[in-house]
Design a protein around this ligand. Sequence first.
Ligand code: PRX
Length: 603
Amino acid sequence: MPKKMMKKEEKSMEIKIEKSKTKKSALKKLGMEEEILKKKLFFEPNLKDYEKTRKIFSWKKTIKEFSKHENLNAAYIALDKHIKTWRKNKIALIVEDENEKIEKLSFLDLYRLSNRFANLLKDLGIKRKDRCFIFLPRVPEVYIAFYGIIKNLGIAGNIFAAFGSQGLKDRLDDSEARFIVTNGELKKRIYEAEPKNIEYIIDIDGDVNKESKYHEINYKEEMKTKSSYFEIPKTSLEDYCFMLYTSGTTGKPKGVVHAHEALLVGMLTADWVLDLKDEDIYWCTADHGWVTGTMYGILANFALGATSIIYNGRFNAEKWYSIIEKHRVSVWYTAPTAIRMLEKEEEIYKKYDLSSLRHLCSVGEPLNPEPIKWGLKAFGLPFHDTWWQTETGGILIANYPCMPIKLGSMGKPIPGIKADIVDDKGNVLKEYQLGNLAIKPSWPSMMREIWKNEEKYKSYFVKGWYITGDLAYKDKDGYFWFVGRADDVIKTSGERVGPFEVESALVAHEAVAEAAVIGKPDPLRGEIIKAFLILKKGYNPSKELEEDIKQFVKNKLAGHAYPREIEFVNSLPKTRSGKIARRVLKARELGLDVGDISTIEEY
Ligand code: PRX
């Protein structure tokens, strides 16, 4: 980000840090306290000495070791390899729903079912690199389908079940997906979306319409007829494995593609950071529609042989604690918004026996000192912050069980990763200087492609650095501190939302002439989406209209990406070329100086 484009408050923050004599006071100005938490561990961590491992670590050696697997397909490494070991009959997956219905699948069950599904797809004619999407809530079929797809060398695409017809259409059309796996209820949205390239809809409920213009496949019936043996074709580390759509400031969501090699970073970090061990019961609360739920919910966790639990239901503090108590969850990977939601219902945790917990991690948004302190009070354990992105494929910066935590810091780069703070030209900045968080390419889980968009892919790289889009600084001990986004991307409840997508959905409403969307800081959700709307002639602001617009965006785009706040306005600040100046709206909303507005007009 050029300095001239830097928001004024960030600029002044940077100057303050640079001029500051004492680094401690600079940190205080950023609202950060360098409070160090030295932990007393009651378990032997997998990673015993961070600095030493960092020093001796080599990607070359590690990749060579990883390549010794009989097959390099992520499905083989995460699942099939266990079938030859004592883990064969171990429980791999426990799924509980809102009605307390519990399903348990062993590694062998998952192996057999995913083989059947792989055969089903093979018989339908799936080819290498064919995109096959999974549009389902958190049910076992997600795992069965995901492994079945990648065993065929297809590209598995997970879509969050809250997406509406437009959100779905954008993803299916851009990827030109031929296959989609869904259920009876969500299938309706696929028909509303009218995807252009879908040929097969595989319905896990089996209520198929034989007259449909798509081929509807009855999952239950077909699975019965398929063999539970499947020979995974020879796979290279570079073969594509999965893709996830994610948002930036401009344009529609982009398809981030990962190769089978990504699992290597997933496994290393599930070992070093999540500290997963065979005896663990592990709960990753992220949906499979997001990268955390894919890498640490479907792949790396199984690869390390832990038992994973999935809760298929809405957030509810009592329910969450009962899951931990009932299933004896030991390692828990969640997000700051969820921690704050639990904290809000302060007293509930005391009613449950949560003593099975031994290690807690967090991801997706800044983990401030407050939730860490609360975690200590409620569970006797600190949450360990981890930083990464859809594009990085795996955790790259983290707090490790063996390392003291500086409250509020994201931690240090994983062994093998060089992270730094750079200016917009890619020049490395000094300690405590605010700038772009950047990573030295490449690493095994670095995205391989932005689907059909080479220009976008290239735009991430400056002078040999991968630019993350986050603003941060590094302290004297090499710990990284998150400060904010360098762009307009919104993080609401830890979920990444592009303002353009929401604005496009808003202007499709019959009453809306123009729309601008920003992320407004929120004590619970990190940010909420706030929309500024100009209404068309003949429409007047009202509470009913506001509700109608919110509902419209929920249905059209996604249940999680609608504006919780709407303000009706008569004009919007725009640049001379007509682009909406969201930074001006945001500064006004926060009561900050709007900075240089000589190029901004209001109309
Ligand atoms: O802004 C950073 C924020 O989430 C972004 C990546 O979002 P997504 O691709 O959806 O992946 C989220 C889960 C891996 C980042 O650019 N973010 C992620 N982790 C943290 C964070 N912000 C602050 N602290 C973190 N630990």
